[in-house]
Design a protein around this ligand. Structure first.
Ligand code: NOJ
Length: 977
């Protein structure tokens, strides 16, 4: 959301209601961006030249050295500029990941090389087990458990190839598009009278790079083009980018000769399997752009950049998954072409920075997720309440409004965990400062919400109103931690919600402790300002952190603004938003005597943002297309490591008709982050305002979400360990099944074999669900059994308005809590239900992870982690529960591992007496004679299958074990004979 200039909210209403359309002219296309144009032109020249094209970049064989057994180092030359030096370093990590870095050596300036320091969790360890074989023209590193991986660095020209099992997986600079534009001095304009060539700029005296004798400019034209294009200055609309450092862009082709499908590089509103951007009939004509931007009313199908950027791309085939992660913080464009069904070419063009490329060798999606997580971290385990339902709108206008919304939820007995406040809570958009007229009693208001076991999330945007009576601005200004304008002096001033604003430069370490101090809920010892008008039940929403600057180029900060260390905004733009949510996350974490897990929602993000909370897909439209693409975007964010994601339920803009709102709630209930939100100009649409039957349907969807919270929490815990996303696309579940590579409207949740396909079309009352395997899938609600088939089969699942197509894969055990409650905090001692979906071979497994949901005590062993299994021996089916916590030696206090049975596991003790109240076993083909626990018969009921015998679809035979008298923290076995 943005405005061209500051206007009042009233005029905003008029503006938004009359102009609902993507403003294409606000954002650059590739052809309007100098370095993207240059990059694409380079690629076009290469294509025209065909086989005659040769990369001018070569490795200086005489400079090659191998250090510490796993680090290749060498000098690199561009034959067109022999006087310029580059260095190549290829490190092989102990997990097999390859890191290739190219930087300019001894250039006129230093290129920005710190992106990785923000994205990575630590310096990766290098391998101790590499075999190098050096030849005259290339060197080969061989490694891997079966010595199946080879990395070949070719010298003439420079090319890096990853092979697995002798098959090419990733080729860097195979097409010869590598070009690191070296720093150069700006040429003086040629004196008109002595001009020798009308087209070429002349070098200045003493400029080492442009030595005509060494390589005449026109000799370079085959590679760099006939004319210099926007090297030193560039205008877009009314803005001029002064480019004080001149050209420094970086182009590189990365090809996957044996992978036909690519995923990732979020965030774009498009299909999960990325459509092509070049070739004879490209799907999109522009490359995918990564440049965090506040894109007003974005299109539902577009390569245009959105709020966040993760430069990670998975390449997939039935035999192999690999990935590349290019850690660069500047604007980046990526062309994708599928040369054949089997191969993909990509071309990455970044405006500045070094080449810092991680090649993740896979070989499976899970391995790639693990490799990426070991670089940038796994998602942080969210507070349990944050997986509940969040009620937001722009705006709840007063503390009384907040109380009345909560009251309505309570009166109607519908669950909600979090009430949100958008920007209008603040006085003149000075965040932290309550509008005293409308919010006279903020602490009491928060306490009233907390008294019902709920939390509040309040927005804190990064733009600080430039007024001296605003402590946040005043202190930042005094500390000199604000972003500077292009002069490098003073404070950059731009326009956002509060009018004239400045932005904290979070790259400046001097801002860190100060920012954290603002969030303290208790008075500070030195008397400086802190947010005493809040409580630890307040968590934070970071919006507009791309950053959004209403009067800036492309609604963001000028690229020539200056950050800490003298770096231009251009160098760090895509990282900027992550730093803001990182510091806010740390600030919220640092409150209170017993540290609690923070919740921070961010709109802008970068690689690594998963460590700092949740994201949402920004200002979507209340349309069916946006509802559908939101699912794909959430899946794609998961590929990028950001599992905790969701879209505004209902759509931010517009007034969804009731049917759409119902469907949107169904989508939200099956998204990791579940929040309803709406623009200030929309009609109120809290669920209790709906008419019947819509209201009851939404209520049941909300309750369904709450019953499934144990499953969601356990799925999140899994991703904190493995990095495999909470929502798993078809290709992740069935990497070998080509039919599934393009499927992005159905997905699995966590390790639970729950397959969901939300309906995102008007009047649609059934859904075609694809089953990839010879396995039984049961309808979650009516237990109808669908038989999947080897090679894949589509089944038709009923999807009346009240129905979400949701299947449980045979072989899964899903834990739920089915007592209706108003907030998740009230469920702590509720009994559990287990749904045991027997596989074709009468087996099943699942797990349940529990902790206090709020503190960090789980890190010292205060958790319960149960494993459930079902198996069949002869005619006897047994279902048992065991302690998986015992298998986690990492969770230790003073070196002692705690388990659910350890005396010091207070959390496990707090669950004593909490029962499993029901076990629903799907697919018990014959009516049992007895169902016993510890030798004693328990109560049960058997429901005959209807027409489902053998391998035919039909209602599954179901055994319901009622109150088996087993406790959730204990070992037990149920014997069905
Ligand atoms: C833009 C955000 O995307 C939107 O969710 C929010 O309501 C407005 N800013 C106002 O804060």
């Amino acid at each position: 959301m943005r405005l061209g200039s500051l206007v009042s909210v009233t005029s905003l209403l008029l503006l938004t209601s009359t102009t609902l359309a993507f403003k294409a002219h606000d954002f650059k296309t590739c052809s309007q961006s100098g370095f993207c144009r240059r990059g694409r032109a380079l690629s076009a020249r290469a294509k025209d030249a065909g086989a005659a094209w040769n990369s001018p970049y070569t490795v200086d064989a005489s400079s090659v050295s191998i250090q510490e057994g796993a680090v290749f180092k060498a000098g690199v030359k561009n034959s067109l500029y022999p006087e310029v030096n580059f260095g190549l370093e290829v490190r092989i990590q102990d997990d097999g990941v390859i890191r290739a870095r190219i930087d300019e050596v001894g250039g006129l300036r230093k290129r920005y090389d710190e992106a990785a320091s923000w994205a990575l969790i630590s310096e990766p360890r290098i391998s101790q087990d590499i075999k190098w074989s050096a030849g005259r023209d290339a060197i080969r590193a061989t490694y891997g458990p079966k010595k199946e991986i080879e990395v070949v660095i070719s010298y003439q020209p420079l090319k890096i190839t990853l092979y697995r099992g002798g098959v090419e997986q990733v080729v860097v600079n195979g097409q010869g598009l590598l070009h690191m534009e070296h720093f150069r001095n700006k040429p003086e304009p040629p004196p008109a009278a002595t001009e020798t060539s009308s087209e070429q700029s002349q070098p200045t005296d003493g400029e080492p790079q442009v030595v005509l004798e060494a390589a005449p400019v026109n000799h370079r034209a085959w590679f760099e083009g006939e004319t210099e294009d926007a090297l030193w200055e560039e205008t877009f609309g009314t803005w001029t980018d002064t480019k004080p450092k001149g050209p420094e862009s970086l182009s590189v082709d990365i090809n996957f000769p044996n992978h036909g499908t690519v995923y990732g590089i979020p965030q774009h509103a498009t299909r999960l399997a990325l459509p092509t951007t070049t070739g004879d009939s490209p799907h999109f004509t522009d490359p995918y752009r990564l440049y965090n931007a506040d894109v007003f009313e974005y299109l539902a199908s577009s390569p245009v950049s959105l709020y966040g950027s993760i430069p990670l791309l998975h390449a997939h085939s039935a035999d192999s998954t690999v990935a590349v992660f290019h850690v660069v913080g500047s604007e980046t464009w990526i062309d994708v072409s599928h040369r054949s069904e089997k191969s993909t070419e990509t071309h990455w063009i970044s405006e500045s920075g070094i080449l810092d490329l991680f090649i993740l060798p896979g070989p499976t999606p899970e391995a790639v997720f693990r490799q990426y997580a070991s670089l940038t971290g796994t998602p942080v385990l969210p507070a349990q309440w944050s997986l509940g339902y969040h009620q937001c709108r722009w705006n709840y206008v007063s503390s009384e409004d907040v109380r009345s919304v909560q009251k309505r939820f309570d009166e109607e007995n519908i669950p909600v965990d979090v009430l949100w406040l958008d920007i209008e809570y603040s006085e003149d958009h000075k965040y932290f400062m309550w509008n005293e007229k409308t919010f006279p009693d903020p602490v009491e208001m928060v306490n009233d919400v907390a008294a019902n076991g709920r939390k509040m999330v309040v927005i804190v945007d990064p733009h600080l109103k430039r007024v001296q009576n605003y402590p946040a601005f005043k202190q930042a200004s005094d500390l000199k931690v604000l972003v500077k304008p292009k002069s490098g002096e003073g404070e950059y001033e731009g326009w956002c919600w509060p009018g004239s604003s400045s932005w904290v430069d979070f790259f400046n370490p001097a801002s860190w402790d100060w920012w954290k101090s603002l969030f303290k809920t208790t008075p500070q010892v030195d008397g400086s300002w802190s947010w005493t008008q809040s409580t630890e039940d307040v968590h934070i929403w970071n919006d507009m952190n791309e950053p959004s600057v209403f009067n800036g180029p492309e609604i963001t900060m000028p690229k020539d603004n200056v950050h800490y260390g003298g770096w231009e905004h251009r160098d760090v733009h895509n990282i900027n938003g992550m730093l803001y949510s990182n510091l806010t996350w740390q600030a919220v974490a640092a409150r209170g005597d017993v540290p609690k897990r923070p919740f921070v929602l961010t709109r802008a993000f970068f690689a690594g943002s998963q460590r700092f909370g949740a994201m949402w897909t920004g200002d979507n439209l209340g349309t069916w297309e946006h509802m559908a693409v939101g699912i794909k975007m959430v899946l794609s964010n998961g590929v990028g490591g950001l599992s905790f994601a969701g879209s505004d339920v209902g759509g931010f803009f517009g007034n969804p008709e009731p049917e759409m709102l119902v469907r949107w709630y169904q989508v939200g209930a099956f998204a990791p982050f579940f929040r309803a939100h709406a623009h200030i100009d929309t009609k109120r649409r809290e669920p209790y305002l709906l008419d019947e039957p819509y209201k009851s349907i939404v209520y049941s969807v909300l309750r369904l979400r709450y019953t499934m919270l144990p499953m969601w929490y356990t799925a999140f815990r899994e991703t904190t360990v493995t990095g495999v996303p909470v929502l798993r696309p078809q290709y992740v579940m069935f990497p070998k099944d080509k039919n599934g590579f393009d499927i992005d409207d159905q997905y699995y949740i966590g390790q639970f074999g729950l397959l969901v396909k939300p309906v995102t079309e008007k009047n649609k009352r059934d859904a075609s669900v694809y089953l990839a395997e010879d396995q039984v899938y049961y309808d979650y609600f009516n237990h109808f059994a669908y038989r999947g088939a080897a090679g894949g089969r589509n089944v038709n699942v009923p999807a009346g308005l009240h129905q979400v197509p949701l299947l449980i894969r045979g072989g899964s055990i899903v834990p739920t809590r089915e007592r209706p409650r108003r907030a998740s905090s009230l469920m702590k001692h509720d009994p559990f239900t287990l749904r045991v979906a027997l596989s074709n071979t009468h087996t099943a497994s699942g797990d349940l992870y529990l902790d206090d949901g709020e503190t960090w005590s789980h890190q010292s062993g205060q958790f319960v982690w149960r494993g459930f299994t079902a198996s069949k021996k002869g005619k006897v089916i047994s279902i048992s529960s065991s302690d998986l916590g015992k298998k986690r030696p990492g969770d230790a206090v003073d070196g002692v591992s705690l388990t659910s049975y350890d005396d010091r596991n207070e959390f496990a003790k707090s669950l004593e007496g909490v029962r499993v109240e029901r076990i629903i076993v799907l697919g018990v083909e014959k009516k049992p004679k007895s169902v016993k626990v510890g030798g004693k018969e328990v109560e049960w009921e058997y429901l005959e299958g209807v027409g489902a015998a053998g391998r035919v679809d039909g209602g599954a035979a179901t055994l319901v074990v009622k109150d088996p008298k087993v406790e959730i923290t204990r070992d037990w076995e149920i014997v069905i004979a």
